[in-house]
Design a protein around this ligand. Structure first.
Ligand code: NDG
Length: 302
């Protein structure tokens, strides 16, 4: 596995004894800090447009390849999907994005939530097409959700926020690190606020600073949803989260969170793999294979 690189990855050493317990304690009651915006409803436009980019990072010494998908009408065309379809999280299933996207007929799809690499358990909050699949119990990590009234929600949520029934979430998924808040880089605040046990790429600071393949989701000033995926390999290619936040900001993204990346980072277009994953194939390590992952963000026909 290319992405679990450090000796103190979860369960293997000092991070447990020095665990910052406070950060992973849950927030049960009240309004946790987040941003909510009306989503766009550009019904005269196609559901989404997908673009490929090649971009230089860090003064053109590194070239990176990725995909950006602009969704014009997120409430009616975006779904959070469980791995391999409904009940995927309850049985800790892992499935490639291609498998999950095929069953749901996604036009575009990318990996989404983090998971426990040993048990396959989905981590964090999951609401899929109005079905409350699981809640994190208020553990503080960056969230992306869409409420019934179409509002796009980014940031931190208490368990009470997640379970709210007056305007419930119809889609909800958890990332790690709130990249952009209201147009400004929010990584320093995330480093203080978030639970670092949701990801397994070393400590949270390492996770932020290392270059890797990345997947993210955000919105622009028109309420369009922006899906982002960039290829890479941990410590070799790709973007660190500072570069990712700057890149999204320069494209007019207002709020954004970082989703599962590294070997999990995958982009599927019209049912076919369109990204270059970093994991070596189990059958033949000369080749690279898409990883069976957890939840997926799917753009489908309205
Ligand atoms: C990827 C992640 C890792 C996470 C694992 C399972 C990155 C750079 O997938 O943190 O624990 O979700 O996002 N790596 O390997």
């Amino acid at each position: 596995d290319d992405d679990v690189l450090l000796p103190y990855a979860r369960g293997h050493g000092p991070s447990h004894s020095h665990r910052r317990v406070r950060d992973c304690q849950s927030v049960t009651h009240g309004n946790a800090t987040h941003e909510a915006r009306p989503s766009g409803n550009h019904s005269w436009l196609p559901a989404a447009e997908s673009t490929v980019f090649v971009s230089s990072v860090a003064g053109s010494s590194r070239w990176v390849y990725g995909h950006m998908t602009v969704v014009h009408d997120p409430l009616s065309s975006v779904s959070v999907l469980e791995p391999g379809g409904p009940s995927g999280c309850s049985v800790s299933r892992r499935a490639s994005v291609e498998e999950t996207a095929e069953d749901a007929g996604c036009l575009y799809a990318q990996n989404a939530g983090f998971f426990d690499t040993r048990s396959g358990k989905c981590l964090g909050n999951v609401v899929s097409d109005g079905r409350a699949v699981q809640d994190s119990g208020g553990v503080q990590n960056a969230q992306f959700g869409i409420r019934r009234d179409g509002s796009l929600v980014f940031g931190y949520l208490s368990q009470e926020d997640v379970l709210d029934q007056s305007n419930p979430f119809v889609q909800l998924v958890s990332g790690v690190v709130w990249l952009l808040r209201n147009g400004e880089v929010y990584i320093n605040q995330s480093l203080k606020a978030e639970c670092d046990e949701t990801q397994e790429t070393g400590k949270l600071r390492t996770f932020v600073d290392v270059v890797s393949a990345r997947t993210a989701v955000g919105h622009d000033a028109d309420g369009k949803l922006i899906l982002f995926q960039i290829d890479g390999q941990t410590e070799v290619r790709g973007m660190n989260l500072w570069e990712l936040a700057d890149f999204l900001k320069s494209y007019g993204v207002v709020n954004a969170i970082n989703l599962d990346g590294g070997g999990s980072s995958t982009y599927v277009r019209d049912g076919s793999l369109a990204s270059y994953p970093s994991d070596h194939c189990e059958s033949d390590s000369r080749w690279r294979c898409a990883r069976p992952v957890s939840t997926v963000l799917c753009v489908h026909q309205r």
